[in-house]
Design a binder for this molecule. Sequence first.
Ligand SMILES: Cc1cc2nc3c(=O)[nH]c(=O)nc-3n(C[C@H](O)[C@H](O)[C@H](O)COP(=O)(O)OP(=O)(O)OC[C@H]3O[C@@H](n4cnc5c(N)ncnc54)[C@H](O)[C@@H]3O)c2cc1C
Length: 381
Amino acid sequence: MDFGFTDEQRALADKVRAFAEERIAPGAARHDRDGTFMPGFFTELGRAGLTGLGIPAEHGGSGLGAVEVGIAVEELAKAEVTACYPVLNAALIGGIIDRSGTEEQKAAWLPAVAEGQSVVALVLTEPEHGTDAAAIGLRAERADDGWVLTGTKTSIMLGFHATHGLVFARTGDDGARGVTAFYLPLDRAGIERERLRDLGARAGGRATLEFDHVTAADDEVVGGEGEGFVGVMRGFDHSRALIAVMAAASAQAALDDAMAFARERTAFGKTIGQHQGVAFPLVEHATRVHAARLLAYEALWRKDAGLEHRVEANMAKWWAPRVGVEATHQALLTFGHRGWSDEHPISRRMRDAIGPEIADGTENATKLVVARQLLGREHAP
Ligand SMILES: Cc1cc2nc3c(=O)[nH]c(=O)nc-3n(C[C@H](O)[C@H](O)[C@H](O)COP(=O)(O)OP(=O)(O)OC[C@H]3O[C@@H](n4cnc5c(N)ncnc54)[C@H](O)[C@@H]3O)c2cc1C
């Protein structure tokens, strides 16, 4: 058994940490205030190799594993949670295209994703169907020379910024087998986008997308007609573990800041860290965050080892964001009134920490997946 990273993985962590500290952390408060990333942000992520980590080398990426993507997400999240979403989306959607796309599609699309030229969004959730994603209603109707898509998607992270979307549409009967995935440029005629006003992750440009008779070609279908839902669910086994790493890393950064403050701030003649009532809650949260991080990395490691990882990824996804929110809350309280101010980074971390509890499936949705695996489908809710 080995809990350590390899030399190469440590070098990657050092590189991403340096990039995040220099290029992302200084702008995090501005991203939050302005509700957008700095100009050129996505291509900068691409130049730093972060959007191409998991994309095969023959398609312009580095061909690294799920653990390496996790390492990048972890280091970015310490600087700014929202900065992780382009990397998460590139890993999730790049992975789906790599697994399910044709050779022509991979050659045409993946290099631009790796370079950060194509900013990709997962376009699944609808106003009427979220957790019950297999029930989506946006229709893709057969036309003479392809398809015509009509309907509404919402809550699409990066939806306002993205150049391309992996759009899930109903092409067949009710249920999962009637869903097809299309990879489409989001500036195509008939697509309107509207930003949502969010509690956190404000630079992420979460958006509602209206599709009004949007055309799609046959060679924009990914993985075949009726195969879309299966593809995305397999992808979630990867992205859910990544979100767990992200949540744990942000919480760890919050705890690190709180502990630094606890070493300096004095009250009643000693540092506040010397008061057990301050130190022990921080220790308890640090313990949970540590365990959640390990569980998330175990899921990523199992994926790279070719082992089943659905249970671990979904366990990590429900637990790490909750642990992260609770730890970040405790860190905020450690700062006293300072943590309540918009000027203090911990207040942004607190708001940003809540989104991962919902994104890619809520706590209940992921527990359902685990329950079906542990109890068996016939004995699970
Ligand atoms: C920060 C953020 C980023 C996101 N990014 C994306 C994205 O990029 N692309 C995308 O397509 N979507 C995205 N989403 C949407 C997200 O995937 C959905 O919000 C999520 O799947 C839940 O769907 P819903 O909000 O419609 O909730 P609903 O499905 O309406 O559920 C409402 C509540 O009921 C509970 N519930 C529902 N069904 C059950 C059940 N069977 N058993 C027990 N409880 C149940 C849920 O857990 C939830 O608490 C994002 C959301 C957030 C907050």
